[in-house]
Design a binder for this molecule. Structure first.
Ligand code: GLU
Length: 305
């Protein structure tokens, strides 16, 4: 199967002078949305709209065993309650597995991927894969699929965090694109869908900063255009941990959507907006949006729950 062409032109409009902006909010239904997710939704939405861009919602549900019951419904209910509207129909990655397999096939034809039979037990606690299976030429069926990386620094200029670099060979080694159980890894699904949806700008939490070089590398191997990145500081709880599903962050309470929205806009350092219907608050936040005001660094201090 061949990958279809992306629906939108990559960077410039017909006159070739104004940058076309397509952003996205891509939650994984591994737990209900929390205040940290709201910050990401608000920032990705405001940044796209303040740049006359398109904003897309995508549900990242390839990791079936980690899907938390009813969290997909909770995400949709929140989007509704906070009056966020995706400019195109919401896509679900679990319905797009053929596309990710097609990307693996494309890499396989260029001999950029290989099958790996190493179990977690064999790998032990060593987080850097040394390439044990690289020359074994194993059959792809029922094995993990790894992509080759090279010994070079990959750097990008993050709109908030500045320059970020990684050498995938020394920091990580050849990494998994598809697990032995057939689950497509997040890194691959995100890169393929960002391309196919014509995404130009990625706005997300700084917890994903370290994934970016892997995604840039994959994009380069697949011949995709380079994206712009903005990694947001993370809201921390009273214990100094980032709000996350693992740290049992509170699910967003849709009964209090306007108040929560106002708090998220303030947490992003933006000028306050009047408490009103959420879509009006969002419109005001877009009109006032200024990325210079976003707190510097990778953490937002405050007592968030
Ligand atoms: N699905 C990821 C998450 O919920 C976000 C992916 C991304 O924005 O690249 O953490």
């Amino acid at each position: 199967m061949l990958l279809p062409n992306p629906p939108l032109p990559p960077s410039f409009d017909n006159e070739g002078d104004r940058m076309v902006y397509t952003g996205r909010f891509a939650p994984s239904p591994t737990g209900p949305l929390h205040f940290g997710s709201l910050i990401t939704a608000v920032a990705s939405y405001c940044d796209a709209k303040a740049n006359q861009g398109t904003w897309i919602v995508r549900i990242e549900d390839t990791d079936i065993p980690r899907i938390y019951p009813d969290s997909e419904q909770h995400i949709l209910k929140c989007l509704d309650a906070f009056e966020f509207e995706s400019d195109v129909e919401i896509i679900y990655q679990k319905n797009r597995l053929d596309l990710y397999d097609a990307a693996i096939e494309q890499l396989q034809q260029k001999q950029l991927v290989y099958a790996c039979e190493c179990t977690r037990k064999i790998l032990g606690s060593n987080h850097i894969y040394t390439g044990t299976c690289r020359e074994k030429h194993l059959d792809f069926a029922n094995q993990a699929i790894r992509v080759k990386v090279s010994d070079q620094n990959i750097c990008f200029q993050d709109h908030l965090q500045g320059q970020h670099c990684s050498n995938l060979q020394t920091d990580l080694g050849n990494f998994v694109l598809k697990r032995r159980d057939g689950i497509i890894n997040y890194q691959l699904a995100v890169v393929v869908d960002d391309y196919l949806q014509g995404i130009t700008h990625v706005v997300r939490g700084a917890d994903l900063l370290d994934n970016t070089e892997r995604q840039i590398w994959l994009g380069q191997l697949l011949g995709y255009p380079q994206l712009e990145y903005m990694h947001l500081p993370l809201a921390m709880n009273a214990q100094g941990q980032k709000l996350s599903k693992q740290n049992l962050a509170h699910a967003l309470d849709i009964q209090h959507a306007p108040e929560l929205l106002s708090q998220a806009i303030s947490a992003l350092g933006q000028q306050p907006v009047d408490i009103d219907q959420p879509h009006k608050m969002l419109a005001q936040a877009v009109a006032q949006w200024d990325i210079q005001l976003i707190p510097k660094g990778t953490e937002i201090q405050g007592i968030f729950k």
